[in-house]
Write a protein that binds this ligand. Structure first.
Ligand code: ZN
Ligand code: ZN
Length: 329
């Protein structure tokens, strides 16, 4: 009996053996059902997140007009004009970049006509979508249920994947939203402090009830804008670093592992997509060498310039396959 149990144990072990298995793989596998439910939840709640962003932005704009504009108008003509121009310039840009980030297709892989050549060069097909080609830097989004080129992450706040085609709008939305919330926080700083003071000593001062609404609104505006500005500062800072080094959020994990492995061997890791600080930004923002970065100051739709996948693919087809292979190793 004991021998039979041992035999069954070895049979089971040999069936389940995989050299890539690790404790991390086991944990990942155990969390798969939870992740599956989480993906479904994000997919269902996606439109609600968009409504929430639009709703909160509208509330901030209304409160800005109601509480801050009357104070700004007392600053004198030139100072109040600068305030209003800056605020409306930010608002127009926030609305435009958000609309584009939500509505622009993140970039789906092209249909590869010569599948044999493609497989010979890249050997990658989507395991979820069957025979859909998977160009370099492409990842499958389980929430969108599609492959996304140069996928960064799936963002519930825009109910869309951030990929090759809408990365520009996403980062510009984050930057303009950060500037907008920072502006409201700073321009209403003294008002928020006054209201906080009044809120604390309201009972002692015996104020009329009509002041209560304005107090709560001012506190809500101050806390909301300061919190969003702080979160966006960290989030946008991280994404600016990623763009500067031409990495996506997904790639950072793999690059970290490669870095560690190469360090052990005494070698230095080099990201093959990194073309230098300015070129990396130009490629994401869609600013060609002849254009100025001033194009970012007003709402404009621009496609990304460089296409790593197409450049690689055509280079390889033109006979540079060996050179490319050596470089990628
Ligand atoms: Zn896919
Ligand atoms: Zn997605």
């Amino acid at each position: 009996m004991l021998r039979q149990i041992k035999f069954l144990h070895y049979v089971l072990k040999s069936f389940l053996y995989n050299s890539f298995n690790s404790s991390l793989t086991l944990i990942e596998t155990a969390f798969q059902p939870t992740l599956f439910c989480f993906d479904i939840l994000i997919r269902i709640l996606g439109p609600l997140f968009v409504v929430l962003v639009i709703g909160l932005t509208t509330v901030v704009v209304v409160l800005y007009y109601r509480l801050l504009v009357p104070r700004i108008l007392t600053y004198g003509f030139i100072r109040s004009s600068c305030h209003l121009l800056y605020a409306h310039w930010l608002l127009v840009n926030i609305c435009h970049q958000y609309y584009r980030a939500v509505c622009t297709e993140p970039g789906y892989p092209d249909e590869v006509i010569d599948i044999i050549v493609y497989l010979y060069l890249y050997k990658k097909l989507c395991s979820y979508q069957g025979i859909v080609a998977k160009p370099p830097r492409t990842h499958h989004c389980r929430i969108c249920r599609r492959c996304i080129m140069k996928m960064d992450h799936h963002c519930p706040w825009v109910n869309n994947c951030v990929g090759r085609n809408n990365h520009r709008y996403f980062i510009l939305f984050c930057v303009y939203m950060f500037l907008g919330t920072l502006y409201v926080s700073l321009s209403g700083y003294d008002l928020f402090l006054d209201q906080l003071y009044l809120q604390v000593y309201r009972s002692k001062l015996n104020l009329a009830s009509e002041y209560e609404t304005d107090q709560s609104s001012a506190l809500f505006l101050g806390i909301l804008c300061a919190t969003v500005a702080f979160i966006l500062l960290l989030f946008t800072g991280w994404h600016c670093f990623l763009i500067s080094t031409n990495q996506t959020t997904i790639e950072t994990y793999a690059n970290k592992k490669k870095k560690k492995l190469l360090k052990k061997k005494g070698k230095r890791f080099r990201n093959k997509y990194d073309r230098g600080f300015v070129s990396n930004w130009r490629s994401v923002l869609g600013i060609s060498r002849n254009d100025s970065f001033a194009l970012l100051l007003w709402p404009k739709a621009l496609p990304p310039i460089r296409d790593d996948y197409r450049t690689d693919y055509s280079n390889k087809l033109n006979g540079n396959f060996i050179v490319e292979t050596v470089r990628s190793v």
